[in-house]
Write a protein that binds this ligand. Structure first.
Ligand code: PMP
Length: 350
């Protein structure tokens, strides 16, 4: 089959399982609470004849709502179908150097997949033994930089000062900070976009805003960066975000109280979970996200992962160097976490 010589062959990203049966699902960092109530009302009142028309191609319903919420100009905002879409567009737009792009060795496992599919050379930089980023690793020649803050799957948060140091040292590269989990207690780098024209900050509605199923992500940056991203996007597919998603996303931004209350509930459950996990003998880097990256002290992480699954509790496990001793546990409701701790107690005590 000669045509196979000309196929773009890639090893795709493997998302966490989405089981059909009812399970306690702590494996993909979803939010255990529903989106703001008013999103329901928007759906009830949606005029289906609006589906006849193409949606606003620049998703301005959502862009304008985001501009208002984050006190930015609409020209500083790019929206996409989940932050995966946004980051993938950013890779294609900004990472076109012959020099390698840089990211940590332990990080979101989609970065190397995008680098491979777009033929972007890359180099990974090892985290320290306590899973921290060493800023000096990101000061040599490079074709771009990306890392999440807090990092995934570790949950470790770096300071805005440390990140600013990296951005400042790289005026000739675009630095992407993936803030998928920033709302769970971290400080965002968004304010730095007015100071540095090489900074792109990416966020998502999938975690803190309970809308993973709607697929909404956005990037904020200097107007020129955003214009370049839109040029690439409009060269591929203009109408990526459907009309319902745009209106639901804009609506979700209005209920600030619900957003803060939900995030605070998850933070409270996370802090309580840290205490319980310690009591059960787990070690973990301090997490500022909606998950905990925990290492059991007696039994292997893989065994616990399988045993939990038998009890219909799903967490995430990677059989990869360095991280194969850990489980990534998403913070669910208090009740779900209690079920988890009960199951862990039973597994650990044979
Ligand atoms: N960045 C990081 C670090 C993530 O963990 C995820 C979730 N898998 C994403 C980006 C993408 O999330 P989404 O496409 O749902 O916005």
């Amino acid at each position: 089959m000669g045509w196979e010589n000309n196929v773009r062959k890639v090893i795709p990203y493997t998302p966490g399982e989405q089981p059909k049966e009812k399970v306690i699902k702590l494996n993909t960092n979803e939010n255990p609470y529903p989106p703001a109530r008013s999103v329901r009302d928007i759906l009830d009142n949606f005029d289906i004849s609006d589906m006849r028309k193409y949606p606003p191609p620049n998703a301005d319903i959502l862009v304008n709502a985001l501009a208002e919420r984050y006190k930015l100009k609409p020209e500083q905002i790019f929206v996409g179908v989940g932050s995966d879409d946004v980051i993938s567009m950013a890779f294609m737009t900004f990472f076109n150097s012959d020099k390698p792009i840089l990211f940590p060795d332990i990080t979101y496992s989609f970065y190397d997949v995008w680098a491979d599919v777009y033929r972007i050379p890359y180099e990974t930089k090892p985290l320290t033994a306590d899973f921290r980023i060493n800023p000096d690793d990101y000061k040599g020649e490079n074709g771009g930089i990306i890392f999440p803050n807090p990092n995934a799957p570790t949950g470790v948060l770096e300071s805005v000062d440390m990140i600013e140091d990296i951005i400042k040292a790289n005026p000739d590269s675009v630095v992407i900070i993936d803030e998928a989990y920033i709302d769970f207690g971290g400080k965002s780098c968004i304010d730095l976009i007015n100071k540095y024209d090489n900074l792109l900050v990416v966020q998502t509605f999938s975690k803190s805003r309970s809308m993973a199923g709607m697929r909404i992500g956005f990037a904020v940056g200097n107007e020129k960066l955003i214009k370049y991203m839109n040029d690439v996007k409009f060269s591929i597919n203009s109408y990526t975000m459907n009309i319902l998603t745009q209106v639901c996303g804009a609506e979700a931004l209005k209920d600030e109280k619900y957003f803060t209350d939900t995030v605070n509930k998850i933070i409270d459950t996370r802090e309580r979970s840290k205490i319980r996990l310690k009591e059960l003998g787990f070690e973990f880097p301090d997490s500022m996200s909606n998950f905990i990256f925990a290492k059991p002290n007696k039994i292997s992480a893989e065994f616990i992962f399988e045993e939990l699954k038998k009890r219909k509790i799903f967490v995430r496990y990677w059989n990869k160097p360095i991280i194969r001793d850990y489980l990534r546990i998403t913070i669910g409701t208090d009740e779900e976490m209690d079920n988890l701790f009960e199951a862990l107690g039973a597994i650990l005590n044979g």
